[in-house]
Design a protein around this ligand. Structure first.
Ligand code: HAM
Length: 421
């Protein structure tokens, strides 16, 4: 059998032609995090399954249906991480990073969810995220939102809108849950199968339903915002006031409940108008109970994650694309003594130039074609004759400069002048 293997469904290769856009996103994000005092943290891709059941929630779709969970050879139940928040809290607790501190972390890396793949939804996808600990005030929720807004601006992204909501405290939610059970229970005949199941397990998630026949009923449902306790209301009002003051537009979406159980108070999503069905570009919120739930002392926390595939798609949709990197020069060598070409390339690199060195015995014409295709501005030509006379050929590849022959000692200066000029 000679069948070629393919990548696993929902897991994509990121090819060189696309990498420039990704690197640009990563570089801009890295710069913004540094400017806001966020430290990078890197967690393992694999954690104990229990970590996710205890944080995201055992009854959520992510943990119940989408996790890549497996038993390793010693019988431990492990999982590929479906998100970064749980691992970040675990790491911060494990290494004592939360004592009397207010750390702000950021991370990036692949996450794994066994979802049905479609445009914008993959089984391995990349997130850039941030998590802040120890600050109970709405100001830090607002800082995260302003930081993401700045990221969109610096990247040149338009067509994104911010939706915010509050989920209050667990007590607020308990009261609300009962209101929802009474309301939806009173209309049981109108519920679809999914919502009937959710009514028992997690009635809040009914608000998330996309089923068209449910929409009118959901529109009339009681709103958590109307029954919040005073402190929760004040937290939310302060967030809105800061966003107003900072001129960040937002919509209050009382149906925004998010798909993970750890949230309290603020939740938010950035929605991209270019994204189609999978239009959430970034999601986050506050999770004041999670640190304690995972064995730490009670500590407020808040964060977000961006889906990088969706961000890159959005940037392409608005026509923002990174220029692909091209070398300054390409070293062509035909029958030159062994090592001559690589040594010349090294000298050019020592002088700060980006250089591709031809490394096989292809003919002169074909090497020149490679040089041209590489995008380099200049070809350096080392041939038998040049080597014998202590010279090199230098051929501008863009514009209409003439080929010249210069002394080997003048190689670096000449190429520098031509390639930067
Ligand atoms: P999330 O909403 O599950 O939140 O994911 C955040 C973002 O990751 C989404 O808005 C989306 O852009 C992207 N994303 C999620 N699933 C997929 C997928 N299957 N394919 C492609 N992109 C996807 C979290 O993960 C939370 N940990 C966010 C957070 C951090 N909350 C507090 N701190």
């Amino acid at each position: 059998m000679n069948s070629r293997l393919q990548a696993v469904r929902g897991m994509n290769d990121l090819l060189p032609e696309a990498i420039g856009d990704w690197q640009r996103v990563e570089a801009v994000a890295r710069g913004i995090f540094a400017d806001h005092g966020y430290a990078e943290i890197r967690m393992p891709l694999v954690e104990r399954s229990e970590l996710f059941a205890r944080s995201i929630g055992a009854a959520t779709d992510i943990v119940e249906k989408e996790m890549y969970a497996f038993q390793d050879r010693s019988g431990d139940m492990l999982a590929l991480r479906p998100e970064g928040t749980a691992g970040c809290v675990r790491a911060a607790l494990q290494h004592g990073l939360l004592h009397n501190q207010q750390p702000r972390f950021w991370y990036q890396g692949p996450m794994f969810r066994y979802e049905r793949p479609q445009k914008g939804r993959y089984r391995q996808f990349q997130q850039i995220g941030a998590e802040c600990f120890g600050i109970p005030d709405a100001d830090i929720d607002a800082e995260l939102i302003l930081l993401t807004a700045r990221l969109w601006r610096e990247l040149g992204l338009s067509g994104v809108t911010l939706e915010i909501n509050t989920l209050g405290t667990p007590d607020d939610r308990q009261v609300y849950r009962e209101q929802l059970v009474a309301y939806f229970g009173g209309h049981r005949g109108l519920l679809d199968e999914d919502s009937k199941r959710r009514l028992e397990q997690n009635p809040l998630r009914i608000l998330d339903s996309k089923a068209p026949e449910m929409q009118a009923l959901i529109d009339e449902a009681p709103r958590l915002l109307d029954s919040l306790g005073g402190a929760s209301r004040a937290h939310f009002d302060r967030l809105c006031a800061i966003l107003d003051r900072a001129a960040v537009s937002y919509e209050i979406n009382t149906r925004l409940v998010r798909g993970l159980d750890y949230y309290t108070h603020t939740v938010f999503e950035w929605v991209g108008e270019h994204l189609g069905a999978q239009n959430a570009l970034c999601g986050g919120g506050r999770y004041d109970g999670l640190v304690e739930q995972l064995g730490g002392k009670p500590l407020p926390a808040t964060g977000f994650s961006i889906g990088v595939e969706r961000l890159v798609d959005s940037l392409r949709a608005v026509g923002v694309s990174a220029a692909s990197a091209t070398p300054d020069c390409f070293v062509v060598s035909v029958a030159a003594p062994a090592g001559e070409a690589l040594v010349a390339a090294e000298e050019l690199r020592d002088a700060g130039l980006a250089v591709i060195c031809n490394c096989d015995a292809a003919g002169f014409k074909s090497q020149l074609r490679r040089a041209d295709r590489s995008g380099a501005r200049v070809a350096v030509i080392l041939g038998e004759q040049e080597s014998a006379t202590g010279q090199v050929g230098i051929k501008p590849l863009r514009g209409d400069g003439e080929q010249q022959t210069v002394a080997r000692a003048d190689l670096v200066a000449t190429v520098k002048q031509l390639s930067k000029g």
